[in-house]
Design a protein around this ligand. Structure first.
Ligand SMILES: O=C(O)CCC(=O)C(=O)O
Length: 332
């Protein structure tokens, strides 16, 4: 089964939309991953974001470390600090439009004059996510093609985040290369992720069954798209959220890789009631956490972020609703 590569040019034109919707949705049913070409995000905007990211990540750690990720999903996470052991750095830009300026204290000064550019890029990503969400509703035959999209307002919460990533090239093999990963195996928690890559290295669990990992292609001017658990659960698993990872085998320690993930999430108060046409659904797990119908997107997102980044994402409200299981979780 070949990795899906789909041309979405014309996605905003009614005469093309149905065909694109069918192709994109079929890929998401089989793989939960696809590459899109002919998308509306200008290459120069993507290049500019990559070059800002590169400049920032090259600053010394002792300058970046004082700005760690906060509960607003804004801030820096250094090498070997993410999921305990991942050899990569990330910079998170979470929140609604304007959140970066409102939370400047959480941002390294490098970003203070660049918040507008980052916000503008996030906005373009959000618009593309909305177009893809409309495709799913059309291809699933829902009577309202805005059914998913209407629940994804850009100004509704912290879930819409841009995360810049840098997997540094090292001169020596780090000790973590024996036991750790570059990016631990996981599924995303939101709805639609747009992944921009400058080099290959991401591995995706093949839909063929078993333990076959496939290297996601990295093709110029294409965006890798994958789905998160909220949308998969909500769709009654018609759409797939697929495990992915970056390993030291797929990306050796002496090779650099830069990527950016835009996580499009539904409004935090969206209640996830799976769409189950005539079926019952098996138990659903998101990175080891069982999801129950009725969970909100905000709760799911906090649960996942708390599991990875700890106390910064703890709120007293989470605990009674989710029950004891949430207090004994191992990091994913
Ligand atoms: O760097 C990559 O390609 C993977 C990013 C990713 O999976 C994530 O940020 O959740």
């Amino acid at each position: 089964m070949a990795f899906p590569i789909i041309d979405i040019s014309g996605i905003d034109r009614p005469e093309c939309q149905h065909r694109i919707a069918q192709e994109v949705t079929e890929a998401c049913k089989q793989w939960g991953f696809l590459l899109i070409k002919g998308h509306p995000i200008p290459p120069r905007d993507i290049e500019e974001m990559f070059s800002l990211g590169k400049e920032f990540f090259s600053l010394p750690d002792d300058q970046k470390d004082p700005y760690p990720i906060t509960s607003k999903s804004i801030g820096y996470v250094g090498s070997f600090k993410d999921r305990g052991k991942d050899d990569k750095m990330s910079m998170w830009f979470g929140g609604v439009p304007g959140a970066l300026d409102e939370n400047k204290a959480a941002l390294h000064p490098f970003w203070h004059t660049r918040t507008e550019k980052v916000e503008a890029f996030k906005h373009k990503c959000h618009q593309l996510v909305i177009q893809l969400l409309e495709c799913f509703a059309i291809a699933m035959g829902l009577s309202d093609r805005h059914y998913f999209a209407a629940a994804h307002q850009e100004d509704a919460g912290n879930g819409n985040s841009l995360r810049m990533l840098m997997y540094p090239a090292r001169t020596e093999k780090p000790p973590a290369a024996e036991v750790g990963t570059r990016m631990a195996t996981h599924t995303d928690s939101g709805s639609v992720t747009l992944l921009f890559q400058q080099a290959a290295g991401l591995e995706v669990l093949s839909p063929g069954g078993g333990e076959e990992w496939v290297k996601a292609p990295c093709i110029k001017d294409c965006i890798l798209v994958n789905l998160g658990d909220a949308l998969s659960f909500w769709s009654g698993t018609q759409l797939k959220a697929t495990l992915h990872r970056v390993t030291f085998d797929g990306l050796p320690y002496d090779q650099e890789r830069q990527s950016m993930a835009y996580f499009g999430a539904a409004n935090p108060d969206t209640v996830l009631q799976p769409i189950l046409p005539g079926r019952t659904m098996a138990k659903y797990y998101s990175n080891g956490l069982e999801l129950e119908p009725g969970i909100t997107v905000g709760e799911l997102n906090r649960m996942i972020m708390r599991n990875i980044y700890g106390a910064a994402f703890q709120t007293p409200k989470d605990v009674p609703h989710l029950g004891a299981t949430t207090t004994v979780l191992a990091p994913v």
